[in-house]
Design a protein around this ligand. Structure first.
Ligand code: OAD
Length: 236
């Protein structure tokens, strides 16, 4: 019988061929910025202008016409639409390329660049412009209170209960374009495997957690993911 529940985890590697830098490759974001300067609650408290500037620059990239979903993002939409069983796409990416491709059963576990959260009233809102010191919260009107609606180091990733349930119930778990350096996402393969799922890694190179997967395919996501999706659909 064909497997019926599938969970896909994606990381920065799936968006690399769309022109967005990964984090830990030699030319990656963490080669140019220190995590503790731009991606922690302490950094925000210490220097909100610096943190806001870092996320403004990354948010601006989403408006670049050259930055668009690539064949890997599109293939996952095809899989979601054609897969006969349960399907969940969990992304660590804060970009909006899965959304723009048309993925719906999607969890942004590290939040979204294209949204802001008001530290005064707690409301969230879509936001594609730069956040300026005078930017006002659309809900309460406070200024100087908008932070990116992303999860920083030291904060809890989103929708973890829903993700844990899907991992326990899945028959197939596939991680795409992620180095396996950041938990809890790097531990998902272990959870899925313990629950009996077949596990596969698709990444440019062996990830830090390669040995935990039953199977691996190494190469560019925009080539490997469309081929894998056709295989999965042919075998269903
Ligand atoms: P990383 O930068 O750690 O890893 C990206 C992986 O993608 C690497 O293993 C690359 O080899 C691989 N890769 C690069 N280009 C690829 C391509 N064309 N096709 C397939 N794979 C490719 O990014 P993540 O694993 O997503 O968190 O990082 C996880 C988290 O760490 C991020 O969500 C972010 C970061 O710090 C926060 O900011 C909270």
């Amino acid at each position: 019988m064909a497997p019926h529940a599938i969970v896909i985890l994606t990381g920065a590697g799936i968006s690399a061929e769309s022109g967005l830098a990964t984090f830990r490759d030699p030319d990656g974001i963490w080669a140019r910025h220190r995590i503790e300067d731009v991606a922690t609650p302490e950094a925000w408290r210490r220097d909100p202008a610096k943190v806001t500037g870092f996320y403004n620059a990354r948010r601006r990239q989403l408006l670049d016409p050259a930055v668009a979903p690539n064949p890997a993002h599109h293939a996952l939409v095809r899989l979601e639409q054609a897969w006969p069983g349960d399907f969940l796409l969990v992304t660590q990416n804060v970009d909006n390329l899965h959304d723009r491709a048309g993925s719906h059963r999607l969890i942004h576990m590290h939040g979204e660049l294209a949204r802001v959260r008001c530290t005064s009233c707690g409301a969230e809102a879509p936001w594609l412009a730069d956040v300026e010191p005078a930017s006002a919260c659309p809900a309460c009107g406070a200024t100087g209170s908008l932070r990116p609606a992303v999860v920083w180091f030291g904060e809890m990733p989103l929708e973890m209960e829903r993700i844990a349930r899907a991992l326990t119930e899945c028959d197939v778990f596939i991680a795409i374009g992620t180095s396996g350096a950041v938990y809890p996402a790097a531990g998902f393969v272990g959870e899925a495997r313990a629950a009996g799922a077949h596990t596969m890694e698709v990444n440019l190179e062996p990830s830090d957690v390669r040995s935990r997967f039953h199977e691996a395919r190494h190469g560019p996501a925009a080539t490997l993911v469309p081929a894998l999706v056709e295989e999965l659909l042919a075998a269903r």
